[in-house]
Design a protein around this ligand. Structure first.
Ligand SMILES: CC(C)(COP(=O)(O)OP(=O)(O)OC[C@H]1O[C@@H](n2cnc3c(N)ncnc32)[C@H](O)[C@@H]1OP(=O)(O)O)[C@@H](O)C(=O)NCCC(=O)NCCS
Length: 254
């Protein structure tokens, strides 16, 4: 679990201040430059490593978005190398902007028991299998939002559930002291797989959102997972004070 550092005036070497692009009276948070998280192996599924998107993920990213289900549930589907690079840059920029934190999810090389030859063991490298993003983070605000996908070749082995659980814990650990109390997860009603991931990960169905065509022609589900109670001395914002910038559906899922 990464360490939440301090809220002093000077960033220690190797840390950046988040939220610096916002109004001067808004809180800012310091965070390690490189955040790498881990999710334990599941039965018949290797462990996962979560880290910010890197430039050389582009080929695997574009390949993942060839899948029709990915394109169906995303309005920002990069179809070629240039679009993939732009997608990665946007998600890298979120870390420096301090309001969106996207993780590439990599599956560790298969266990020796699963490898056909010793060469498989030696050459096996972690494979990109998914994406989890924490977005709409504002220091002092009580709510933020999560989104995710799993590449088609890696579905059905708990990647989304384990990666989302890991980022959820990190989010409350990192931003809870600055007021984060609630994470929201939104999906269109007919995305059964996403609904199941939400429930499995403790995101409880809270309400049904009206359609928002053309992006979401059907109703949506809003699931919510609440964090631990505020620690003494935290800077919790009053309930309902979250600044919403859009309609009930705050934007396209990515
Ligand atoms: C939704 C998605 C992320 C699920 O990824 P995944 O890694 O296969 O999910 P998991 O293996 O962690 O499954 C978690 C739970 O969901 C269930 N589940 C997964 N896919 C399902 C499906 N198509 N139908 C019903 N249940 C499904 C699993 O059985 C599991 O439930 P269980 O723990 O009770 O067995 C993946 O299908 C995907 O990327 N879809 C396209 C993009 C998308 O829809 N993103 C979300 C937008 S809101």
């Amino acid at each position: 679990m990464p360490e939440r550092v301090t809220t002093g005036d000077v960033a220690p070497l190797g840390h950046r201040r988040l939220g610096s692009g916002r109004a001067p009276d808004e809180a800012s948070i310091l965070m390690p430059d490189a955040v790498t998280l881990a999710a334990a192996a599941a039965r018949s599924a290797p462990a996962l490593t979560l880290r910010p998107w890197a430039d050389d993920d582009v080929t695997a990213l574009v390949a993942a978005y060839q899948d029709p289900a990915m394109r169906r549930w995303s309005t920002a589907a990069p179809r070629d190398h240039a679009a993939g690079r732009a997608w990665i840059t946007e998600h890298q920029d979120g870390w420096s902007d301090g309001h969106q934190f996207a993780f590439a999810v990599l599956e560790d090389a298969a266990d020796a028991a699963d490898a056909a030859t010793t060469d498989d063991i030696r050459t096996a490298r972690p494979r990109l299998v998914g994406h989890v993003v924490l977005r709409e983070v504002t220091p002092g605000e009580p709510a933020a939002e999560v989104g995710y996908w799993t590449a088609a070749h890696a579905r059905g082995r708990g990647v989304a559930h384990r990666a989302l659980a890991t980022v959820t814990a990190w989010a409350f650990d990192t931003f809870g002291p600055d007021g984060l109390r609630r994470l929201e997860l939104l999906h269109q009603v007919d995305n059964v797989a996403s609904c199941r991931v939400a429930e499995r990960t403790g995101y409880v169905l809270q309400d049904v959102l009206p359609p928002w065509p053309p992006v979401y022609p059907l109703e949506g589900h809003r699931h919510v997972r609440t964090g631990p109670p505020p620690a003494t001395g935290g800077r919790a914002a009053p309930p309902g004070s979250r600044r919403r910038t859009g309609p009930a559906w705050p934007g396209p899922r990515r």
